[in-house]
Design a protein around this ligand. Structure first.
Ligand SMILES: Cc1cc2nc3c(=O)[nH]c(=O)nc-3n(C[C@H](O)[C@H](O)[C@H](O)COP(=O)(O)OP(=O)(O)OC[C@H]3O[C@@H](n4cnc5c(N)ncnc54)[C@H](O)[C@@H]3O)c2cc1C
Length: 386
């Protein structure tokens, strides 16, 4: 078994770190406080060819895989820059279009998205259905070879700065399908189309990316907008959801390391009872425990990425990685805050603002309970619990 990265992977990991250091965690926090999209950094990532990491070269990308995308994102998060906009666009949506898109999507939209000229967001969540996507009611009714989409999606990250949204909708109502996973179709919806509207969801935590409720009112779509097979969208949905879980796990590990590195530095210097506070086991052990859990989760995320890249079922590892990394990330930031005492809560230290973000990732994009249910049922063989 070989755990070393190849030269290209190491360079990508280091590039993520260098890029994040060149902007600095202050840049992220400043944008997070103002809910301002980090457009300069996004443009730089596009210019350096990293938006299309997972897109084949023939469609304008770098032709690499999930492993490289996760390394890049972990690299930026290691230095305090977690980028949700890269999760929902380049990671979830572009690689999906590369695999399942129409000729128009692959030859026109993908190269433009890799250059950063257009952006994608991703929409599955509905107010009435929540985690139970089977209950979604957004429907694209077929009329000849065209569709009319109506419904509502909520919490859609960066919809305001996106040009297209990869939308999961019903094409057959749930009471007319043989299997509950039948009847779903993915569409790449141009957000400028007539009938599309959006309203901001006011998120209470510091986050550069804003969330939106999208409204679809008789939006006209054609076969060129369909991604994959009509009515069979669920069979390919995990090509977006597993990458999302893997890359979110990578982000959690990176932010956890960022906080722990700051804590080690502080605890090695801060002296209140005649020795550095890091010499007390009460300070040292929570940091060491969090570090162990971060590195364990990171290994699981890399295994999940490797399985995904090798065409293996990656659901088990992706859910374990996402669950373990989100828990470890929350633990790491909390331990780092405790080690900093009162100064952890100052704006200058730059740790406290990472806490709400980590806490968010325990609940979204998939909550820890659904990860555990997947592991319990699909991996361990326990009876379905919900
Ligand atoms: C900042 C942010 C960004 C987001 N971005 C996007 C996006 O870009 N696109 C998108 O489509 N969605 C997005 N979401 C939505 C996100 O994926 C959902 O919020 C998440 O999946 C949970 O769904 P819900 O909020 O409806 O919670 P619910 O489904 O109502 O669940 C509420 C809570 O109940 C518990 N629970 C639910 N079901 C079970 C069960 N079966 N067993 C045990 N416990 C259970 C969980 O603890 C869960 O947290 C985002 C959300 C946030 C907050």
């Amino acid at each position: 078994m070989d755990f070393t990265l190849n030269d290209e992977q190491r360079q990508i990991y280091e590039y993520g770190g260098q890029l994040a250091q060149s902007y600095g965690n202050d840049y992220w926090r400043d944008h997070a406080r103002r809910h301002a999209f980090p457009k300069e950094m996004f443009a730089k990532i596009a210019e350096d060819g990293f938006l299309g990491l997972m897109v084949p070269e023939k469609f304008g990308g770098a032709g690499l895989g999930m492993t490289e995308m996760a390394l890049f994102m972990e690299g930026t998060a290691n230095y305090g820059i977690p980028l949700l906009s890269i999760v929902i666009g380049p990671c979830m949506s572009l690689s999906h279009l590369a695999k399942h898109g129409t000729e128009f999507q692959q030859k026109e939209l993908l190269p433009a998205a890799c250059r950063g000229d257009i952006k994608f967001c991703f929409a599955i969540t509905e107010p009435g259905a929540g985690s139970n996507s089977m209950k979604m009611t957004t429907i694209a009714k077929q009329k000849g070879n065209r569709f009319s989409m109506s419904g509502e999606k909520t919490f859609i990250t960066s919809a305001d700065v996106s040009d297209y949204c990869l939308v999961v909708a019903r094409t057959t109502p749930h009471d007319q399908v043989a299997k509950k996973t039948d009847g779903f179709t993915l569409f790449a919806v141009d957000l400028k189309k007539k009938g599309v509207d959006m309203q901001r969801v006011r998120i209470a935590i510091p986050l550069p990316e804003e969330q939106w409720t999208l409204f679809f009112d008789d939006v006209d779509l054609g076969p060129e907008d369909v991604v994959g097979e009509i009515d069979n969208g669920f069979s390919i949905l995990f090509d977006t959801l597993n990458p999302e879980r893997i890359v979110v796990a990578a982000i959690c590990c990176g932010v956890g390391r960022f906080a722990l590195n700051k804590a080690v530095e502080y605890a090695s210097e801060r002296n209140v009872f005649g020795q550095p506070i890091g010499a007390h086991q009460g300070v040292q052990h929570p940091l060491a425990k969090a570090y162990t859990n971060i590195e364990t989760a990171s290994l699981m995320a890399r295994r999940a990425a490797w399985e995904f890249d090798n065409g293996m079922p990656a659901g088990g590892s992706s859910n374990m990685a996402k669950y373990a990394a989100a828990e470890a990330g929350v633990e790491a930031v909390d331990a780092a805050l405790q080690a900093h005492g009162g100064s952890g809560f100052t704006e200058d230290t730059g740790i406290y603002e990472m806490y709400p973000m980590m806490r968010l990732l325990r609940t979204a994009p998939v909550n820890r309970e659904l990860c555990l249910s997947f592991i319990g049922e699909k991996i361990m063989g326990l009876p379905r619990s919900y």
